[in-house]
Write a new protein. Sequence first.
Length: 184
Amino acid sequence: MTELHTAQTTFPFLEEAVDEIAIGVTAYERRVALTAWRYAAAALVLGVTVLQRVAEARPPLTATAIDALCQEPTLGRLHEALSVPVADLLPERTHHSVIPNERQETARRWANVRDGVDDAMDLVLESAADEDAAHPRTKDEAATCLLTQHCPPDTDPVYEAVLEPLLRLAEEVPFDINRIIAKG
């Protein structure tokens, strides 16, 4: 890229054009990631809520409750959902393709994502302190935040390390629900 900036060109605004493109790409990438975060976090919280209700044979959720759960959860609500012992709610697999230490591995993966959400709360606090924002100032206040509203565009994305594993867990929850239902 450096050679493009130093080479003679008939287009004198090449550097400016490249900068504009880079800014647009960065903004697009950020918006896509924040949209993915919002939907993955909501899917996980809704899925875990349904999974718990099915596993504990509790009544179905109301339409109003489902509507509320389909919204982006606060970081604290997402952390709570990731704290549910999903591995303990799932029935043992009985067929020949049993995964060794499946419960421990499942618990470990959920704990890693939960720790990533905890780290995201810390980063939200750091960002607020750096910008001298009025809110949030404590971990409890950070837990009440929506990540999409507390991820300043001029900072590194606070979701970066946790988005991909969060997406994987959100995709797995419906299959886990099915396992519970199939076990009867």
